[in-house]
Design a protein around this ligand. Structure first.
Ligand SMILES: Nc1nc2c(c(=O)[nH]1)N[C@H]1C(S)=C(S)[C@@H](COP(=O)(O)OP(=O)(O)OC[C@H]3O[C@@H](n4cnc5c(=O)[nH]c(N)nc54)[C@H](O)[C@@H]3O)O[C@H]1N2
Ligand SMILES: Nc1nc2c(c(=O)[nH]1)N[C@H]1C(S)=C(S)[C@@H](COP(=O)(O)OP(=O)(O)OC[C@H]3O[C@@H](n4cnc5c(=O)[nH]c(N)nc54)[C@H](O)[C@@H]3O)O[C@H]1N2
Ligand code: SF4
Ligand SMILES: [Mo]
Length: 745
């Protein structure tokens, strides 16, 4: 590897901050500022800055581990470990069928890995049972976006548009802690005269920035959005012309909203009528406005309807598909966007194609060189897959997730995982889930390998290798290549990321998430390209599209895709939202420039109109009662990432966030008789967790908050409710009923 700085991106969240890496002795790298990447302009949070620590062999795995007859994980050769996996998968499949094999992926995996994992499950294992942790993350927003707009890309505009809008309603996002460098966009918004409304049951560091902070009871965002829409109509603030010209379904949605009187909404949410009126005024008065949601409103058993209600608000006021206006979801994981587009989702094929669509199956099967009929159908969602052990799923291959800490009702999930016939985990560290495996494979990570990710804006990025991986580890792509070979598939599983990307381009060509016009070279030269980015007509997808068209002209996937592309993804050269960015957005001559802004002309639906959804308030799956009188909500702190598998191995981060806590209001603490720092037991119908009290008026008195980054006694997910959203299958991480007890220290 070279000794100069390599420009690349952070391994953690969906902001995918740019950074420069320089190799240093000891096999790791030094991080330095990379100012040319527009999203973070050099700024990094503590996690990104300290990420090199996880490269150190002090904390990571460098040898495969195989469980011995005595039940211990012991170092083993790669050959033995891979043989064991192939052997176990084969025998489970012979005994119980291919669907007894489960595959679980992650939104942190690069596009190349996510694509290969989905292909591996369907082509090599022949199983339908694949899903990934993104189901726990953005699936509700994705489902709502598909319904309303016909397409799911988290943000339909770049972050740089935020400071240029008139008002932002930020619903259930603690951006200041979960994407610190992005706080700048909100600061600039305010400096430009725009206003910020934050909706969060807690007064977070983000809410502190707000002009108006609404603190609803957890799980009531649906009612809140409906109450705002009611007031929009009642106050005559509907954009009638927009509703007529660019939407469908308004009458039903309006009728549903009108049943949600402000006083009724105040009773459900705890947000007062004057606050509701203020919010409507602030949102409607400026010419442009945005609603951005994150996990707060989405991780609910009605998350899809909730996001739908916020989208309705945008549509009724003409705030979607127009410059500096729109609805967006702030996706979370490093490749949370790309990871949901290329086939590790239970119901999906690459390019965001549907697994149930015959034309999509034909197109992808052609690229994969298999019979379309050999592709399995949709499988179970993430929680259902983890829960199915013992009945149906007997062996699991897991890559890029740590569900023992992060899945809802985690003690049950842990028990299910323990009783699998066979578990194989690929990870960079010995996570809590890897520690339960029969075989653990140590893999390379960000700075040691090349690959692409797609950030929360839909910007496809090149993460470059900066150092040589340590002895003993292999890449996820090598693992899948070798397992495929051992299972009898010699071809089609390249270990070279660029080769995989070239195949992904063809597989995605003509699909909603079309990457066919993107190359590694362009990514390097242009500092990222926004999808959809179709290839010029004669480029690589020509062989597959033409071949397909010849066979099935009527419903061909490529054709359908081409229509969608003309119709839905218009790039307007004179779009005012594109000022000042002409160079990047025009791109080199003869190639598609990529699509920073979606829907400006039409939505991606068949008729080009956005669809209102008629939704009504409903309660959370588990309302507080006498036995469990308090609401628990969960989330994140700035210094730890997700299940903590990586960040709990970094001293500086542990010093900043050493362990779990229970955030509660002084009134609740007084009733309980707990003082600051006292251990408090939080008990739900699923289990009991203990953590020190952190007493503050920054939270509603009826609610406690726990971060979910830690295993053991303070594991928040011991408590959470796996009630699933009927559409997205998202668990209700953000609201369940608990009681509090004091604990003898
Ligand atoms: N430091 C750090 N940063 C991260 C991550 C991390 O683990 N640590 N993870 C990344 C990932 S994968 C994701 S998905 C994002 C998540 O990013 P965020 O969505 O910002 O993170 P959360 O803390 O889960 O939830 C945000 C807020 O929702 C509030 N909330 C709880 N219940 C409700 C409710 O019912 N309604 C509303 N409106 N709000 C509610 C919580 O109080 C919390 O402040 O962060 C990414 N960035
Ligand atoms: N209570 C509660 N629970 C939650 C949430 C919440 O808000 N509240 N949020 C949910 C959300 S939004 C998310 S996204 C999930 C996330 O939760 P998890 O899915 O557990 O996510 P991570 O902790 O990031 O786990 C990633 C694992 O993969 C490893 N890894 C990293 N890079 C690679 C790689 O390239 N290859 C391989 N093979 N392994 C790699 C890491 O070391 C780590 O062990 O948690 C969910 N759980
Ligand atoms: S904000 Fe996200 S991408 Fe940026 S440095 Fe922090 S963790 Fe990395
Ligand atoms: Mo997430």
């Amino acid at each position: 590897m070279q000794n100069t700085a390599t420009p690349t991106h952070c391994p953690y969240c969906a902001l995918q901050c740019g950074m420069n890496l320089t190799p240093v002795p000891g096999g790791t790298v030094e991080v330095s500022e990379r100012a040319d990447f527009p999203v973070n302009r050099g700024a990094l949070c503590g996690k990104g800055r300290t990420a090199p620590e996880v490269l150190s062999s002090r904390v990571r795995l460098t040898s495969p581990l195989v469980r011995s007859a005595a039940g211990e994980l012991e170092p083993a050769s790669w050959e033995r470990a891979l043989d064991r996996i192939a052997g176990e998968l084969t025998s489970v499949r012979s005994a119980y069928g291919a669907d007894a094999l489960g595959v679980f992926g992650g939104g942190g995996l690069t596009n190349e890995k996510a694509y290969t994992l989905g292909k591996f499950a369907r082509v090599v294992l022949g199983t339908s049972q694949i899903d990934y942790n993104g189901r726990f993350c953005m699936s509700s927003a994705a489902a709502a976006g598909m319904k309303a707009f016909g397409l799911d890309r988290g943000l339909p505009f770049p972050l740089e548009d935020i400071p240029r809008t008139g008002c932002v309603i930020l619903v259930g996002s603690n951006l200041a802690e979960t994407m610190p460098p992005a706080l700048r966009y909100l600061t600039e918004l305010k400096a430009n005269g725009g206003t910020l409304i934050v909706v969060d049951p807690r007064r977070t560091r983000t809410a502190e920035q707000a002009d108006l902070h609404l603190a609803p009871r957890p799980g009531t965002d649906l009612a809140l959005a409906l109450g705002l829409l009611h007031l929009v109509v009642a106050e005559g603030r509907t954009d009638e012309a927009y509703v007529r010209d660019r939407t469908s379904g308004w009458e039903d949605a309006r009728a549903a909203a009108m049943a949600h009187w402000p006083e009724y909404v105040e009773r459900i949410t705890g947000v007062s009528v004057p606050e509701l009126r203020d919010a409507v005024r602030m949102f409607c008065e400026p010419e442009t406005a945005m609603v951005l949601t994150a996990r707060g409103p989405e991780q609910q058993s009605k998350g899809t309807d909730t996001v739908g209600a916020w989208i309705n608000l945008c549509l009724a006021t003409g705030r979607a598909g127009r410059p500096y206006s729109g609805y967006g979801c702030l996706t979370g994981q490093g490749n949370g966007q790309g990871g949901r587009e290329h086939g590790q989702k239970a119901d999906q094929l690459p390019g965001y194609r549907k697994l149930t669509d015959p034309a999509a199956r034909r197109h992808v099967a052609e690229v994969w060189g298999v019979d379309p009929d050999s592709l399995p159908g949709p499988g179970r969602s993430a929680y259902e897959l983890l829960d199915a052990r013992g009945t149906d799923i007997r062996a699991l291959l897991l890559m890029g997730s740590n569900p023992v800490v992060s899945a809802p009702r985690a003690a049950h999930v842990e028990e299910r995982i323990r009783s699998l016939d066979f578990l194989a985990v690929c990870d960079v560290v010995l996570s809590e889930t890897a520690a339960l495996a029969d075989v653990v494979l140590p893999v390379t990570q960000w700075a040691e390998e090349t690959g692409t990710t797609t950030n929360l804006e839909g910007r496809v990025l090149l993460r470059r290798q900066a150092i040589t991986p340590p002895e003993g580890v292999r890449s996820d792509l090598e693992v899948l290549h070798e397992l495929a070979a051992l299972l009898g598939v010699e071809k089609g599983f390249s270990t070279d990321p660029e080769e995989v990307f070239e195949e992904l381009r063809r597989a995605s060509a003509g699909g909603p998430a079309d990457y066919s016009g993107i190359t590694y070279r362009r990514l390097a030269e242009e500092n990222g390209v926004f999808w959809p980015c179709p290839a010029p007509a004669a480029e690589p997808d020509a062989d597959t599209c033409e071949a397909d068209a010849a066979r099935a002209p009527e419903t061909d996937a490529c054709e359908a895709g081409a229509d969608a592309e003309d119709a839905a993804f218009d790039v307007l050269p004179d779009d005012p939202a594109r000022d000042g960015d002409a160079e990047r957005e025009t791109g080199p001559a003869g190639v598609h420039p990529g699509t920073p802004r979606l829907f400006l002309d039409r939505f991606a639906t068949q008729d080009g109109r956005a669809r209102f959804v008629p939704v009504s308030h409903r309660a959370i799956a588990e309302e507080p009662d006498e036995e469990y009188p308090v609401l628990l909500t969960t989330g994140r702190v700035v210094a730890q990432y997700q299940s903590g598998a990586q960040t709990r191995r970094v001293d500086e981060l542990n010093a900043a966030a050493p362990g779990p806590f229970v955030q509660l209001h002084p009134r609740l603490a007084a009733r309980l008789g707990a003082a600051e720092g006292d251990p408090v037991a939080v008990v739900s119908r699923r289990g009991r967790a203990v953590a020190p009290a952190r007493i503050t008026t920054d939270i509603r008195p009826d609610t406690v908050f726990m971060p979910f980054h830690w295993p053991g006694e303070g594991r928040a997910n011991t408590l959470t409710n796996p009630a699933l959203d009927p559409t997205s299958r998202m668990p209700e991480f953000k609201a369940c009923a608990v009681r509090l007890e004091t604990v003898e220290p």
